[in-house]
Write a protein that binds this ligand. Sequence first.
Ligand SMILES: Nc1nc2c(ncn2[C@@H]2O[C@H](COP(=O)(O)OP(=O)(O)OP(=O)(O)O)[C@@H](O)[C@H]2O)c(=O)[nH]1
Ligand SMILES: [Mg+2]
Length: 472
Amino acid sequence: MPDRRSQRTSNSSFDPLNINLQPPANETEEQKAARLEAAWEATQVSRTIDAGLAESKKALEKKKRAVKILLLGQSESGKSSVLRNFRLSFTPKYFENERLVWKTVIQLNLINSIKKILTVLQEEWEELETDSAESKHEPALTSEHRRLALSLSPLLAFETSISRIMESSTGDYTVTVRPGGGWKDKLASFGHRSPSTPEAQSPTGETDSDPSQVTQVLAACKNEMIALWDDAIVRGVLERHGVYLQDDSGFFLDDTARIAALDYIPSDRDIMRARIKTLGVEEHRFVTESGFRAGTEFYITDLVCALNLTYPSQRSTWVPYFDDVQAILFLAPLAFWQSLDEDSKVNRVQDSLELWREIVGNPLLAKTAFILLFNKKDVLQAHIAAGVQVKKYVPSFGDRPNDVASVTKCTFVFSVADFRDKFSAYHRKFSPEPRPFIFYETEAIDTKSTAIILGEVQEQIIRNHLKDLDVM
Ligand SMILES: Nc1nc2c(ncn2[C@@H]2O[C@H](COP(=O)(O)OP(=O)(O)OP(=O)(O)O)[C@@H](O)[C@H]2O)c(=O)[nH]1
Ligand SMILES: [Mg+2]
């Protein structure tokens, strides 16, 4: 019998593995059955692993082909509103299904404004009790105001109860949720429970109210809410306390009659105006439902951080989300008159510029397309029209006219151009390689104009992406 070495030299198809897998010469029938059984099981395991690998590869390939967009901007810049506009334009069925969830958020926004007024009134009453008679402001609050405040107190219990369902907090009168989207499911399932389903209980044993009951209570309180907000004395107290509710995000007090109606269904614009603050990072996956590019898969990441100059270390947490992104939608509202909530010494536009500089200069994003959205165009226009001096906040604005006559057109254009030049210069100076960048002036609460812009943006991103994938 030839030894193994001679077999190796004489036979070119020699396979050492084969030799090792040969059954032993003296194998019994029982041993053979056991060996074949083991081999069969091993093949099954191997097939399962292969199928799993193929599946993961397919999913990875699919994700590679999907369009990945990052929404960036400081808090309240309008990232979530732009995302809602995306949903409305490209997944209208999904958007429609969420309408009742947004109804509850809007009701909460309204209740929060009432809560803020009641808190200020309470402060005023406490001050009146301690202050001397001379310092009392005229005209003063009356017993009728106390009656109004008392009649609105049931709303506060609902606010607590719904916040518990959503696992949200309402620090600073803003509904704040953790990322993950779970709050929407919780609200939706709560709202659609059958009457026989037991009511949810909080850990402290309190029973949560059904969001649908809020509609009843709001309708019952409608006239009192309107009376409170329309009251000249209440407005005077708010002003003395430096509270300007009209400037708040999620301000719906001027729409109380409509929102507190029993048959209220939020309009698209209401949904864009709703305020809910997201903490953390949220990835949204969706497939476009209709239109020219129907069936395109999108991943949009809403990157929310406390973006300000005093906490630059938080910005390093964004880096993992830069990988494989085709476009960044950067939101920069030109709120030159505002400072950051997190740091009153930092101007909002200055913070946006610093953030922009950091992002465009990031080498990981050298190939990423940048789309700059100067959002809240309407708010800027309103401030200019109200005579807010741009020069006071932006010295480089110089002596350009700031009066309403030449203003809305000229000054608005100039002021935007002024900021645009800065953003553009930073983009040129700090980009690792030259690349184009597009900008738009947007008003995310106006669904029609935003739909046109997002249509263009979507088309641009998809075209570039297909080019990169070599399928165009
Ligand atoms: N008037 C006006 N309001 C806007 C515009 N864009 C967004 N808003 C409102 O501004 C508020 C803040 O917008 P969001 O989309 O929640 O901002 P965000 O960037 O997601 O904020 P965070 O979740 O805190 O990071 C909301 O109440 C929006 O309705 C706009 O163009 N004009
Ligand atoms: Mg948000």
